[in-house]
Ligand binder design. Structure first.
Ligand code: ATP
Ligand code: MG
Length: 479
């Protein structure tokens, strides 16, 4: 703790300041931005207005402005303001200060949340003061001195308040640093973001190599935005990635998990993974995936899983993280499952053990939350139960809370040749059949394949190893 504090005081790895990256403010009137003001939801507008009426600056910022300018529907609306979290909170009926690494305010309107963040500066207060005298001295007084970096230059906490131009400078891409004031109907642009939007180009603000050192996750964000928007990557932004990819190893597993989920849920997961590969970033991100992505049979399954996900999101549906990760890691689980079956371990127990091993190997790098891991395990575990088409098992299986996800998983396996088509079609019909229909289907159901029977025979030959498994397999309905 003390050592950390001292190294923070003396560290030479402060985030780099680049005078040229300050940017030149341009206020673009309506004629130059053409944002349709009627597309700004009342809650976002009200948040900006309330802050402005209280004497603070406030703008809609980031993804929402970018998406409005591109004619896309924004996912959510974020607001940037000159007010500190403590000044924001009392202005609204329901508002909560959240976060530690990055302290912000959630303003709640029913279930709708508007995220309000205070302008931030990337420099530590001292460096900022030396850049431009007096104006910054007032900012120094404002600064909550909690910018911290680790030994590789990665920013650990970022709660140093700043001015609007500081805030623009510390954002990642020029197209993500556009500010819209819905009251004045003006877009503020410091870094030629509007020009890059027109040229469909992703350009990092400041010195790209330094920006990757501060936050290596920005490299993953490039893959996400290039895929999602179909934009080109500016050559200077692209160049340092090849030599910076290793920096991702310093990023905490929980953050990598969040970013990977975002990337997979863009509705462009297939292209995002292709981008990751093109940028040489997929290695080490999901270590167990490395071999999978290189093997054709693993790839076919993952690609069809991600194509399905993209189609779902395109139709306005959601894709659960547990289903996505269950797909991504399935090839490993299956390989391990088969190896354990060959050792004579009962199917269900072998599958559970394979799941355990794969999940714990993954946990070192990518912290899959416990709740998600539990769901993944269930999706996998139910795969071994689909073969049992007897009245007792089948009827309770369809009642299982994870049945639908497990069934979707089975049909994916069938489509990529890993499970029999007939089995998936049978379950598709069975889940929607009435009681008589189900009874008829069960009476006519094919029994487990010869391969499954052989596995069971092998298991019976090894009672010592499978005693417990035998009982769990018998109880393998859906408890
Ligand atoms: P999306 O529509 O996919 O949410 P977004 O641009 O809103 O895209 P967020 O991850 O929600 O992306 O981030 C909001 C904004 O915060 C970004 O537009 C960008 O200005 C800034 N930002 C987010 N992450 C970083 C980062 N790692 N480094 C610098 N700026 C960032
Ligand atoms: Mg966003």
């Amino acid at each position: 703790m003390i050592r950390k504090f001292i190294s923070r005081l003396f560290t030479s790895n402060k985030p780099e300041t680049n005078a040229q990256s300050r940017g030149q403010r341009r206020d673009l009137p309506r004629a130059l931005h053409q944002i349709d003001a009627s597309r700004i939801p009342a809650n976002a507008r009200n948040t900006v207005q309330t802050l402005q009426q209280a004497g603070y600056e406030a703008y809609i910022v980031g993804g929402a402005v970018r998406d409005l300018l591109l004619g896309h529907k924004p996912k959510d609306f974020d607001v940037a303001t000159s007010a500190t979290p403590e000044q924001v909170k009392p202005l609204f009926k329901r508002a909560f200060i959240i976060g530690r690494r990055f302290r912000i305010v959630h303003v709640m309107y029913g279930r709708d949340i508007i995220e309000v963040s205070t302008y931030r500066a990337l420099h530590d207060a001292q460096a900022a003061e030396s850049v431009s005298g007096n104006e910054r001295t007032s900012r120094k007084a404002l600064a909550d001195k909690t910018l911290a970096v680790d030994s590789s230059g990665r920013v650990l906490r970022d709660n140093v308040w700043g001015t609007l131009d500081d805030d623009a400078e510390r954002r990642d891409f020029t197209i993500n640093a556009l500010y819209y004031d819905p009251i004045r109907d003006v877009v503020v642009d410091y870094h030629q973001g509007m020009d890059d939007l027109k040229k469909r180009r992703l350009r990092m603000i400041g010195d790209p190599a330094a920006r990757y050192r501060e936050d290596p996750v920005r490299m993953l964000r490039i893959a996400r935005f290039a895929a999602k928007l179909g934009f080109d990557i500016d050559p200077a932004t692209l160049a340092p990635i090849a030599t910076s990819a290793d920096l991702l190893a310093n990023v905490p597993a929980a953050r990598l998990f969040d970013e990977t989920i975002k990337l997979l849920q863009t509705g462009h997961a297939v292209t995002s993974l292709q981008q990751l590969r093109r940028l040489g970033l997929h290695h080490g991100l999901l270590p167990l995936l490395d071999p999978v992505l290189e093997k054709p049979e693993g790839e076919r399954f993952i690609t069809s899983a991600l194509e399905d996900t993209d189609a779902r999101i395109g139709q306005g549906k959601t894709a659960s993280p547990s289903f996505l990760f269950a797909c991504l890691l399935w090839h490993d689980v299956e390989q391990r499952w088969n190896a354990l079956l060959a050792e004579g371990i009962a199917p269900l127990m072998a599958l559970d053990q394979a799941a355990d091993e794969v999940l714990s190997a993954q946990a070192e790098r990518l912290a899959i939350q416990r709740r998600i891991a539990t769901d993944m395990r269930e999706i996998w575990s139910l795969q071994s139960r689909f073969e049992r088409r007897t009245p007792r098992y089948a009827n309770s299986l369809v009642e299982h809370p994870r049945f639908r996800a497990a069934y979707d998983f089975l049909s994916l396996r069938a489509r990529s040749g890993q499970a029999e088509q007939e089995l998936a079609q049978w379950w598709e019909a069975f889940q929607f059949a009435d009681a008589q229909g189900r009874a008829d289907m069960l009476a006519a159901a094919p029994q487990p394949s010869a391969a499954t029977k052989a596995k069971r025979r092998r298991r019976r030959k090894k009672p010592a190893a499978t005693d417990e498994a035998g009982s769990s397999s018998d109880a393998s309905s859906t408890d």
